[in-house]
Design a protein around this ligand. Sequence first.
Ligand SMILES: N[C@@H](CCC(=O)N[C@@H](CS)C(=O)NCC(=O)O)C(=O)O
Length: 234
Amino acid sequence: MEPILVYGFPLGSATGLVAAFEWLGQPYSLCRVDMLKDMKSDDYRRLNDRGETPILITDDGRVLTETVAIAQWLETRDTERRVSFAPGTPEADRMHQLIGFVNTGFTGAFSPLWAALEMNPPDPAMQAPLRAYGRKAVIERHARLEALVGDGPYLVGDHPTLADGVLAGVARWAEFHEVLDVSTYPRLAAMRRRIETDPAFVFGLAIEAGETPAGSGAMKGQVPLADVIARFAA
Ligand SMILES: N[C@@H](CCC(=O)N[C@@H](CS)C(=O)NCC(=O)O)C(=O)O
């Protein structure tokens, strides 16, 4: 079977992994999840008991969660080195470093902003400090990432890799939460522009929006969430 990437909308980080699958060019399927509805169910929690996307159903039918593990799974299959680098090379180490930074401190900095936004029932006394702390954290992590990236066209090397996909899935949250103007970070801004206008990421955005874009042809179709749960949940 083809692997199935379970991706969430709106604004899911998994959209960056959709782009990575497109860059990889090997057959895969998708499974669409409404993060505001579907992930709350007991059935979904049998797929991922943390109630999160992304999830990868591997080609041998295993349920693999966590972005870093899914990126590693893709890297292992990327024998043509389309989205990664040969194991043990400085570029591979650097890509892992950047994926680690983006998936931990950078992504985590947005957590207070999401918590404030999704608080139900709203509690303004708690939401205000969460927003203030989140904004500060996001700005600080952007400054650190700007210092960490080089002057190259992408995070590592001269073509988009898993690191760029992981970054693109998340970085757009800065505008959504109206925290900062990315042009304050010129290297990051240039990279984001390049990745976000790349046909693979544009495909991911269209998928997220519920459209049926053509893409590279590697995406073989959408599997309904109910089917994925019925076949693969614990
Ligand atoms: N550590 C996980 C975090 C995944 C994560 O936070 N996913 C978000 C969407 S991008 C989510 O599902 N959040 C739960 C929610 O919105 O209720 C990973 O890197 O895969």
